[in-house]
Design a protein around this ligand. Sequence first.
Ligand SMILES: [Fe+2]
Length: 258
Amino acid sequence: MRALLISDIHANLEALEAVLAAAPAHDVVWNLGDVVGYGANPNEVIDETRRLGSVFVRGNHDRVCSGLAGIEEFNPVAQRAARWTECVLTGEHREWLRHMAVGPIAPDGPFVRCVHGSPSDEDEYVLTVRDAWPALDATDARITFFGHTHIQGGFATNGDEWFRLAPQYAMHRNGHGGSHKEAEEFEFEIHEGARYLLNPGSVGQPRDGDWRAAFALYDDAQRTMTWYRVPYDVQEAQERILQAGLPDRLAARLRDGR
Ligand SMILES: [Fe+2]
């Protein structure tokens, strides 16, 4: 079974379309939440992602933009984006967001879970090994797929030691800096006996210094996780954000990947 993992699309239609065009053959799509918020095309992105499959975990922006939670937990830029999103969402899309499953969910048997933040809290950022330890302690799943941080990679433990995982792309290895004009992939072998927290990265607003849209493929028969980065039409996504009257910062950060 090959699962396409996508997360944190954040209403960025250009990035989502580039990901889907580049995605390898897969059997299912698992979406780790934050379908909307920040970007200029929430309705189109919801339509597109719903066509792909039915496995979704709710993200904090999905919750706030659909009115399930107050806006005050967000910073001022996120608040403006959430208010705008709530105004433009169709009634049907708003209802769909309100009924998204709260993680953890088990899309394929007992070994795998999908969450937005961490297994114990959909709002928690798992950024360090110190965060990963209690997060893994809160689940008996062998592999937990998570999003929310917008950072591709993850964490692993063999019971004694802890490891931070990050895809090693050629541009970094060769010291070519950050032009990132090509698509790249990095395959990682999943070891028997180890436990993992794995993040496909953010489709629509990466924050790991690489502007390219991020996603991943999990193959349970091959025991691999493959991380991908693909270029997309950032300028178009930025123009749509500005035309919508959303904060400039949301457009600018797409080019920086921060
Ligand atoms: Fe997010």
